[in-house]
Write a protein that binds this ligand. Structure first.
Ligand SMILES: CC(=O)[C@@H](O)[C@H](O)COP(=O)(O)O
Length: 256
């Protein structure tokens, strides 16, 4: 199971907590998914109002590790301040760092991300950076002290799956010892199985479960896909090849 900053988590599936039709569906989906980590955003109401308190109690009752995020932050300053608020609110050094660089694609700002990660690590945070699969960016993030990388599968909320398999495979090969989590854009259990088959340590998704017609059933489907993909990766899959090779022995076959 993946180890994030010295904490071994019980599942390779991480789930977001936004957009569910109701709090009870959220809780049931979490139970069905057996997810080990819940990501939460820092909302204004979390500072004391009733809605925030109820939400926080619900998350605590899930019995999973909490990973606050800086979702929606577009600048280094905003992300750093949000992370500091999150540390106080949720009493954890973990932060999923999002510095959004483009409003159409919601893709990470690679320059701002490295800058914010460096500042937060200096300040004692364990940073989980939401990044692209760019090797140079990932090297910089590791240089400033990130011990986990979270490359996107596809833009947040699109459900497109793994847009750049080559890039994700290459990232895995370059950083064999760094925990890697595919985050965002995963729409189907098959996308998750594929990420696991590439040797990724975990996946994080939200929209595909929360917006499914039956979020609880979909959460279960994702849980099964994570297991299947991880088991396949451990079982040393065959290499694909161009030439057909008979799978049934031809020796001893009747000659007519
Ligand atoms: C929940 C969370 O942290 C999101 O920012 C994450 O990136 C999920 O993306 P999807 O909604 O595309 O699964």
């Amino acid at each position: 199971m993946p180890d994030f900053y010295g904490t071994e988590v019980a599942s390779r599936l991480m789930l977001g907590t936004a957009q569910y039709p109701s709090p009870s569906v959220l809780a049931e989906a979490f139970r069905a998914s057996a997810a080990g980590i819940a990501t939460v955003s820092v909302r204004r109401e979390a500072g004391g109002e009733q809605a925030g308190q109820d939400f926080w109690r619900l998350i605590q009752d899930l019995g999973v590790a909490v990973l606050p995020n800086t979702a929606g932050c577009h600048s280094v300053r905003e992300a750093v301040t949000t992370a500091q608020m999150a540390r106080e609110l949720f009493d954890t050094n973990w932060i999923k760092l999002e510095v959004i660089g483009h409003s159409d694609t919601l893709q990470p700002d690679p320059f701002g991300l490295v800058d914010a990660a460096a500042q937060l690590i200096e300040d004692g945070f364990d940073v989980f950076p939401y990044c692209t699969e760019d090797l140079v960016l990932c090297e910089r993030l590791i240089e400033v002290g990130c011990k986990v990388l979270m490359p996107w599968g596809a833009p947040i909320g699109t459900g497109m799956g793994l847009n750049n398999i080559y890039g994700l495979r290459s990232l895995r090969a370059h950083f064999p010892d760094v925990p890697l989590v595919v985050d965002a854009g995963l729409g189907l259990p098959s996308h998750v199985a594929q990420a696991m088959e590439l040797g990724y340590d975990a996946v994080l998704l939200n929209t595909a479960v929360a917006k499914a017609g039956d979020p609880v059933a979909m959460a279960k489907a994702f849980a099964l896909a994570v297991e299947a993909g991880a088991l396949a990766a451990q079982a040393d899959p065959m290499d694909a090849r161009d030439m057909a090779v008979p799978s049934t022995p031809v020796l001893g076959k009747a000659i007519l």
